[in-house]
Design a protein around this ligand. Structure first.
Ligand code: ADP
Length: 500
């Protein structure tokens, strides 16, 4: 249990597990937008609030500016006049209100850069040479937000519309006779931002918890069908079942399960065929043994049997032993052929010479049955083959054509080639193969007529060996046959060996 947990943890850390990847992807997809949203919204809010505040203050100052012009505040020509003093007080009060309202300071600078009015009362009468003021006299409104020190600074021109604009100044509709330099505190904005930020952090943390929960849930849900597939496969592996497994879930897991079921089916077919093969081998090996035992038992039961009878029985016993030997030799040849790793001993072989040699060896057997063997070669053929296996193929086919032939029959061996393949065909005037058996003759131990074939001396392994050898050369073998008329086996093999 602990090792399993450690294993899971290791996979999570190394990100090899699908669960870990899904968890991380959902987590990042959920958290990153949250963080961006928080900072984005807060920044936007701050920018917009500052803009609105600047516009409001500038508007109010513009109104005061108009009052200044209409009351001739800057020229100060009749300082002792009662009405002038009264209106100056009103304007001072207005400026005072603005500076109180926005916790700021307003300075009025006239065209000779002299500070006419300072709501703090410190700089009156001093000369103010600042870039903002000079730019404002030129008609450029400036505003500057200093976030670090917590203030907004702006300049507003005092425009006398009764006078024409100065030369080169197209931004105003009159002469700029003074500038209001204002700095206001942005503490209120900062306070609001802090409150908003605190709420955003709470919301963000809540979202984070939700995203973690969703990511965990999704990771578990997505990987669950895969875990089911693993446990179903483990069940099969442990031998609890060899049935088809079924894991309804995603189409992807359904595909894996289907592929696994196909594999299971194929394994079952292989297992069945292996079992059938073992049963067949045992049966085939047992038959000569039973005959030997019967022959020996009957000899023993006779007690004083004549010597001729002994001889006759012993001959039968020897022929059964030969048969047993033949089956074992064929089986060993087949097993060797089945080994996929088996290497072919490829060499350039003259197929015409090889055929002549094989026919020379088999002609005595044919002569015994009075079967005529003819060889017809269309051209001289040299091919890259394994000579031993090629001999096996040709011998088996010609031997069968002789074995399953009629008295005074014929066997015709033909050799031909094109630029890619050579064809070796063996036709005979023999018993032929029934149509229903044609699909089975390459199966191990298959014989068309068991008793007949056994009499002739067949083991039912010859064609299985032949087909294996042909396939090893990347060739093909086909057969056509008419019962009681004869058969024709054709082998087609590449002239040049193609390794995989
Ligand atoms: P066997 O060792 O019994 O000959 P094979 O695998 O060589 O086994 O052949 C399988 C069966 O196919 C044979 O038992 C026989 O009935 C049939 N067969 C093979 N070749 C021929 C042929 N040339 N003519 C008729 N029947 C054939």
């Amino acid at each position: 249990m602990i090792t399993e947990l450690l294993h899971e943890l290791g996979q999570l850390i190394s990100l090899r597990s699908l669960k870990a990847r899904i968890f991380l992807i959902i987590l990042l997809a959920g958290v990153i937008p949250c963080v961006f949203m928080r900072y984005g919204i807060l920044d936007n809010y701050e920018e917009r609030t500052v803009e609105v505040r600047i516009a409001t203050v500038q508007n109010q100052l513009r109104v005061v500016g108009n009052h200044l012009i209409s009351n001739n505040y800057l020229n100060n020509t009749q300082p002792d006049e009662l009405s002038y003093t009264a209106s100056r007080d009103v304007i001072d009060a207005e400026l005072e209100t603005i500076s109180n309202l926005y916790e700021g300071r307003v300075l009025i600078v006239d065209s000779s850069l002299r500070v006419v009015m300072d709501t703090y009362g410190i700089s009156e009468g001093k000369t103010m040479i600042s870039e903002e003021v000079i730019r404002c006299f030129r008609g450029e409104n400036t505003s500057y937000y200093d976030r670090e020190h917590g203030y907004i600074e702006m300049t507003v021109p005092i425009v006398d519309t009764s006078l024409p604009p100065e030369e080169g100044n197209t931004n105003t509709s009159g002469t700029i006779v003074g500038v209001m330099l204002t700095s206001i505190s942005n503490e209120a904005i900062i306070d609001t931002m802090e409150v908003l930020n605190r709420r955003a952090v709470i919301l963000q943390n809540l979202m984070f918890v939700c995203v973690v929960a969703v990511a965990l849930l999704m990771a578990i849900l997505v990987s669950r069908p895969l875990n089911k597939v693993t446990s179903a496969i483990n069940d099969v592996q442990a031998g609890h079942t060899d049935e088809r497994i079924s894991v309804p879930g995603y189409s992807e897991t359904a595909h894996i399960v289907e592929a696994f079921n196909q594999l299971l089916k194929r394994m079952k077919v292989l297992d069945d065929s292996r079992q059938e093969f073992v049963a067949n081998v045992s049966h085939e090996l047992k038959t000569p043994m039973t005959s030997i035992k019967v022959l020996a038992d009957s000899l023993l039961a006779q007690g004083d049997a004549p010597a001729e009878l002994y001889k006759e029985f012993m001959e039968d016993i020897v022929s059964e032993i030969d048969r047993e030997n033949q089956i074992i030799t064929d089986l060993l040849a087949l097993v060797k052929m089945d080994k996929k790793v088996q290497e072919l001993n490829i060499a350039s072989v003259n197929i015409n010479d090889l055929t002549e040699l094989i026919l020379k060896r088999l002609r005595p057997i044919a002569r015994k049955k009075d079967v005529e063997v003819v060889f017809e070669s269309m051209r001289s053929v040299t091919a890259e083959v394994d000579e031993v296996k090629m001999t096996l193929i040709m011998t088996n086919l010609v031997e069968n054509a002789i074995k399953y032939n009629k008295e005074h029959g014929w066997v015709k061996v033909e050799l031909d080639a094109d630029h890619q393949y050579f064809t070796f065909s063996v036709s005979d005037s023999g018993l032929g193969i029934p149509e229903e058996s044609l699909g089975h003759i390459y199966e191990r131990f298959y014989r068309v007529d068991k008793s007949h074939s056994r009499d002739i001396g067949g083991t039912g392994l010859g064609l299985a060996i032949t087909k294996s050898a042909v396939l090893m050369h990347r060739g093909s073998i086909t057969v056509t046959s008419i019962e009681d008329e004869g058969s024709c086996f054709t082998v087609k093999i590449p002239l040049t060996y193609i390794s995989q």
